[in-house]
Design a protein around this ligand. Structure first.
Ligand code: SAH
Length: 354
């Protein structure tokens, strides 16, 4: 038995042809799975009975199982711990913000990148998620919020999306297929620690999605301390890759900069950041560090965060301050699963101080 959600659209077409069915059946099945969120073949009422019988004998359709969910009191975000792809627990978040409703997806179970400030990094790497495990997170949240239009998707949950390259690319293709979920690729952002060869590959993939780079440091010494991947791909290489990204895709990049007290938040570093990014078409998201348990790292004072921002603004940089959503529900990357596994039960609304 194969899980239909592991197939690309063209593979599904091939499958349907092998059953001697017209190709439009593939579009119908696709629409049932991705538009109507149906997992029971018997509910696919526009398919002939015989085809339904055949489907039932050869395939199954996965769905995520909701383990726990917690709603933020401060900013309306809801975080989910979901069981996907053979009972892997991963986190996904719905973040409403004005007219936008963004879903944050996980691409891996755990993460191998071991960034000093990240809760997912602390838990280590378990495995890559298959494409169905990624898409089922999206569909599970959609099912809970039927009347909410999901406008954006960001790969900023657990894991390093470009370390699970093929499955993430397949997920983006499913998210953007007009017969199914039909999202505009411009509303999908892949966030990366900066796997340089993959950035070049993604630029040539032609997906049309956006790219965010977690920079977090203005020189190799500091960045490598925060993000060990910098030993493999130092800042110089990263920025060259990013310039190529902008040139090839003709879309500006996003730089993410987590501000950590006394580590990378000085005003000199704000100046350094401007110098480093000179001539690069990009927006800079400043993310005040969201404290995680077992770490001494701290968030800077608001005044320091604002002064840092002001320097970027003086250099004509667009640099909004983005407080992590759901600070009261452990919404920084990887925190929900960590708390869940420690307590083994549903979260209280305020599991740890942020
Ligand atoms: N691996 C990818 C995506 C996951 S992390 C990446 O590194 O981009 C998504 C974003 O959350 C990154 O920009 C990361 O720097 C940020 N982040 C992780 N832990 C954080 C924390 N404790 N506080 C604030 N931002 C955090």
């Amino acid at each position: 038995m194969i899980n239909l959600k592991t197939l690309s659209k063209s593979e599904l077409v091939q499958y349907v042809i092998s059953w001697k069915q017209p190709t439009y059946r593939a579009s119908q099945i696709w629409a049932w799975m991705y538009q109507k969120n149906v997992t029971d073949v018997d509910l696919m009422t526009n398919l002939p009975t015989q085809l339904r019988q055949k489907l039932k004998s050869e395939v199954w359709i996965s769905q995520a199982n909701l383990k726990t969910q917690s709603e933020s009191k401060s900013d309306q975000s809801t975080k989910f711990l979901l069981e996907v792809a053979n009972s892997e627990s991963v986190e996904a978040v719905l973040m409403p913000d004005g007219n936008r409703n963004t879903i944050c997806l996980s691409s891996q179970v755990g993460c191998a990148m071991n960034c000093a400030f990240c809760a997912t990094g602390q838990m280590g790497f378990f495995r890559n998620l298959p494409v169905d495990g990624i898409i089922d997170q999206f569909l599970a949240i959609k099912k809970q919020f039927l009347t909410t239009q999901i406008t954006n998707v960001v790969f900023m949950g657990m894991g390093e999306p470009l370390a699970n390259y093929q499955q993430v690319v397949s997920a983006v293709r499913i998210l953007t297929d007009p017969d199914g979920i039909g999202m505009s690729p411009k509303r999908i952002t892949i966030s990366t620690v900066g796997l340089v060869p993959r950035i070049y590959q993604l630029a040539r993939e032609g997906l049309g999605c956006k790219l965010a780079l977690s920079l977090n440091g203005t020189n190799d010494k500091i960045r490598a301390k925060l993000m060990p991947i910098n030993h493999s791909y130092p800042i110089g290489q990263l920025l060259s890759a990013l310039r190529s990204w902008v040139e090839i895709t003709q879309t500006p990049a996003t730089i993410e900069y987590v501000l950590i007290k006394g580590i990378n938040d000085s005003l000199t570093e704000a100046e350094d950041l401007c110098r480093l990014l000179k001539g690069l078409r990009c927006k800079i998201n400043l993310i005040p560090f969201n404290p995680i348990s077992g770490s001494d790292l701290r968030r800077p004072e608001v005044s320091q965060i604002e002064e840092f921002r002001d320097i970027l603004t003086q250099h004509h940089r667009v640099a909004p301050i983005r407080y992590s959503k759901g600070r009261d529900i452990a919404a920084a990357c990887g925190q929900l699963r960590t708390v869940y596994e420690k307590t083994g039960k549903r979260l209280s609304p305020n599991p740890q101080k942020a």
